[in-house]
Design a protein around this ligand. Structure first.
Ligand code: ADP
Ligand code: ADP
Length: 232
């Protein structure tokens, strides 16, 4: 089944002769249970696609079908709610809150939404990500890889069906990168999630089921990865 789909998606920044055509009519469908890498040169529209799909940036034209509706027709309050309940974000820079412990950071989306944590799920995430011994530490007491694993736990604590990862291994060494990517690859299958990951790194992309290449606001290649194991 389709998780999210862009139909003739257009995004312009600015007006008149200064208009930047960041997305020039993108048609793409992302399936449930699949891990997709988005690659392409700097400025080709990767972040714009991700932000528009996530409803963080409004589209100039076209449609985005997600969760049974067209999110380009939603207002900001509806979009904020949808993001909180259904979408997880993982960033290159981790974006952890420095004053809070790892545990508090992981639970922050639920705290903000006033939702009660599912303790069993919390423990499972913490265990799978190897964070049991780090829960009381603040971000500056953690390595880069540990910080990113905390950020991943935070992204997954609400069990979102859709996860966006923006250069998630951009600040990690190769060992930590491999750990993070292995986890995402496993999580996508176990939770039947959809992960859309922007990356410059061909090694990172090799963990994905599919690679989409952008150039100048358009998809110029879209390939299944025959070496990524597809379980269902
Ligand atoms: P990528 O993620 O592939 O590096 P982006 O989506 O960030 O590409 O950018 C696509 C194009 O849109 C680039 O020309 C960029 O300069 C432009 N752009 C991105 N964000 C903005 C913005 N907020 N205002 C104006 N132009 C922008
Ligand atoms: P609020 O306005 O209540 O803070 P937001 O819409 O800003 O809610 O945030 C909802 C979700 O979107 C959060 O999970 C947050 O991590 C994510 N988010 C917010 N701003 C950005 C951004 N600039 N880029 C990517 N994700 C973001």
């Amino acid at each position: 089944p389709t998780a999210i789909e862009a139909v003739d998606l257009i995004k312009d920044y600015g007006r008149g002769e200064n208009t930047v055509h960041a997305l020039r009519g993108v048609n793409v469908r992302f399936e449930r249970g699949r891990f997709t890498a988005i690659m392409g040169p700097s400025g080709s529209g990767k972040s714009t696609l991700m932000h528009t799909l996530a409803g963080l940036d409004s589209a100039t034209g076209g449609h985005i079908m997600f969760n049974g509706g067209d999110i380009t027709a939603m207002n900001d309050n509806q979009l904020t709610l949808l993001r909180r309940k259904k979408i997880g974000f993982i960033f290159q820079s981790f974006n952890l809150l420095p004053m809070f412990t790892a545990e508090q950071n992981i639970l922050m989306p639920l705290t903000l939404a006033g939702d009660k944590p599912d303790r069993a799920w919390f423990r499972q995430l913490v265990h799978t990500l190897g964070l049991e011994q780090r829960l009381g530490h603040r971000p500056n007491e953690l390595s880069g890889g540990q910080q990113q694993r905390v950020a991943i736990a935070r992204a997954l604590i609400s069990k979102p069906s859709l996860v966006f990862a923006d250069e998630p291994t951009g600040n990690l060494d190769s060992v930590s990168s491999a750990e993070v990517l292995e986890f995402l690859k496993r999580s996508v299958k176990e939770l039947n999630q959809t992960i859309i990951m922007v990356t410059h790194d061909a090694v990172a992309a090799s963990y994905a089921d599919r690679a989409i290449v952008f150039a100048d606001g358009r998809i110029v290649a879209d390939e299944a990865n025959p070496t990524a194991e597809v379980m269902n």
